[in-house]
Design a binder for this molecule. Structure first.
Ligand code: ADP
Length: 543
């Protein structure tokens, strides 16, 4: 006999049904390769998604099997987010910025059965097609061109399917719905599988007022790729609340994003810091009277912006705030669904001055509900939350992965008592604000003392003449390691090394913490997810 509540499994299918019933009139907008906009209603999304699920079943997809996607951010990718799990399958998002060899290896390792690919990405597909054979390759005619011979046509499959006759595949709440591989900056990429349960819980938590604060009247622009940690889970939240989505398609150049913001002003946008840096620079350059873009753009005042995936420099937060846009920083990983902490204005900070609010916004933030977080020192003991003691962040919770796909549990990834070792080094202050100082592999140890590469980078980027900066450790005979700064100047700014050293001293760094060497670059190399790629810099400069 039951003594408490009903045992109804948490399910993405519920979110889809709800969207079809309640939000049929709301809009989903996608930017196509030719830059025109395609508009869908949630009603169409609902029917098309059920048609996709029905078509996949007819093609023989069985429970737990993987369907890969190789797609930009757009309406059909959103349909895959819900349609593949509705058919009992697992959506595996392939990262189109990886090398063809890596993509092929990952698809093979995940044993992906079918592939859903944008027609404009077929040239990329052909480069890894020999490494893994998909039973079916379904092409989304994203550009509007007819689908080439030998491939399934996504639109034709949907047109032939019967959305009304489709029945959801029964599932347990712990069954997998999606899968994403880590970027593998240190070793082979590893697969993380998300379940109905973890996804619904993550969606509910991340949507809370102090975090995403999703409202039915929101217009969300996800610049974060849908192949990177599920665009931080935003597509699930958007469908749960039926909010209008504006997908940028393949057009991620700052000018394109600013154009899109004029056409479809967002109330909430999300992306990694590097993209946001490029965006604010393009915008500020357009304010000059002699700019060819003068008067072309107006940033949507009052827009909220979620930025994370890498440290968010305080200078970036200040720059956006000048134009009425507040940045909420989040920290997380592919392994953590990904939201673990968010920096938001706490009640205790009501009286804080603006400088203090910026300082807090530049931290990784406070752990969200359902995430247990601890910081372990070198001796294996928990560090006090005193804002000073540093150690490795370890996390535990219902939307944090407990394993990797077909990889034995490794001691360097999980602790004996079952916490995920994140490899991020941080301190936590008494209010629970996490401040990330480094990744374990990016730490600089000079003469037995740690120097934070993140602190140095942020301070260098706060110099008005600097566009980008990344700091790495280079081996040093006397000190073990010393910091080397790679920096990019803003156009028409003649910054010198002496300027930067003086600026760092003024920002509070001790003399021994200053970089010994500066390299001036055209741009800092980016990883497949748009973050600064320190590994490449180490290969180039730290030999
Ligand atoms: P990868 O960076 O290897 O592609 P993920 O996308 O999962 O993999 O990134 C997770 C990592 O990104 C974290 O472990 C952390 O090092 C970094 N990161 C994410 N958010 C932040 C943040 N707000 N501040 C600093 N580092 C961050």
């Amino acid at each position: 006999m039951k003594t408490t509540m009903m045992e109804v499994p948490l399910s993405l299918n519920h979110l889809l049904e709800r969207a079809g019933r309640l939000f049929a009139g709301n809009e989903i907008v996608s930017r196509l390769p030719d830059k025109s906009l395609r508009r869908h209603s949630y009603g169409e999304f609902y029917r098309r998604t059920r048609s996709l699920a029905s078509a996949l079943q007819k093609l023989g997809l069985r429970k737990g099997q993987r369907v890969a996607t190789l797609c930009w951010n757009h309406h059909a990718h959103l349909e895959a987010y819900f349609g593949i799990p509705a058919a009992g399958g697992v959506m595996h998002t392939l990262n189109l910025r990886l090398s063809p060899d890596e993509i092929g290896w990952i698809a093979g390792h995940a044993q992906d059965r079918f592939l859903l690919v944008d027609d404009v990405l077929l040239p990329l597909y052909r480069q890894f097609a020999a490494l893994h054979r998909f039973e079916r390759v379904i092409v989304v005619p994203f550009s509007g061109q007819p689908v080439a011979e030998g491939f399934e046509d996504y639109e034709a499959l949907l047109a032939d399917a019967d959305p009304d006759g489709f029945d959801y595949v029964p599932h347990d709440e712990n069954d997998a719905v999606a899968m994403c591989y880590t970027s593998g900056t240190t070793g082979r990429p590893k697969g993380v599988a998300y379940s109905h349960r973890s996804t619904v819980l993550h969606t509910l938590v991340a949507s809370l007022g102090d975090f995403w604060g999703l409202r039915g009247t929101d217009v969300v622009l996800p610049v974060t790729p849908m192949f990177h940690a599920n665009s931080w889970g935003m597509p699930y939240g958007a469908v749960m609340m039926g909010v209008k989505m504006v997908f940028p398609g393949p057009h991620l150049h700052p000018d394109d994003l600013l154009d899109l913001m004029q056409q479809e002003p967002p109330t909430l946008a999300l992306g990694v810091p590097t993209i946001w840096m490029a965006l604010i620079q393009a915008y500020e350059a357009s304010l000059a009277k002699d700019s060819p873009n003068h008067g072309r753009w107006q940033l949507p005042r009052g827009m909220r912006s979620l930025v994370g995936g890498a440290a968010v420099p305080e200078a970036l937060i200040r720059a956006f705030d000048k134009h009425g846009i507040w940045i909420l920083q989040g920290w997380g990983m592919t392994e953590t669904s990904p939201v673990c902490t968010i920096s938001y204005p706490r009640a205790e900070l009501r009286g804080a001055d603006l400088d203090e609010r910026y300082r807090r916004a530049a931290m990784a933030g406070v752990p969200v509900p359902l995430v247990d977080l601890r910081v372990q020192g070198d001796d294996g003991g928990d560090q006090p939350w005193d804002g000073k003691s540093v150690g490795e962040i370890q996390v535990r919770g219902p939307f944090i992965t407990g394993c990797y796909h077909e990889v034995p549990v490794e001691a360097d990834k999980f602790t004996g008592d079952g916490w995920l070792r994140t490899g991020d080094v941080a301190s936590v202050d008494p209010l629970g604000f996490v401040r990330i100082t480094d990744r374990t592999k990016d730490l600089i140890k000079s003469g037995g003392e740690w120097i934070s590469s993140v602190d140095l980078e942020n301070a260098i980027m706060a110099h008005p003449g600097i566009a980008e900066a990344a700091v790495i450790a280079v081996p040093d005979e006397k000190w073990g390691e010393r910091p080397l700064a790679c920096a990019v100047k803003k156009p028409n700014h003649a910054v010198t090394v002496e300027d930067l050293q003086a600026h760092l001293l003024k920002s509070g760094f001790a003399k021994w913490q200053l970089p010994d060497r500066y390299e001036w670059l055209e741009a800092v190399p980016r990883t497949s997810t748009g973050k600064f790629w320190k590994l490449k810099l180490r290969e180039r400069f730290a030999r």
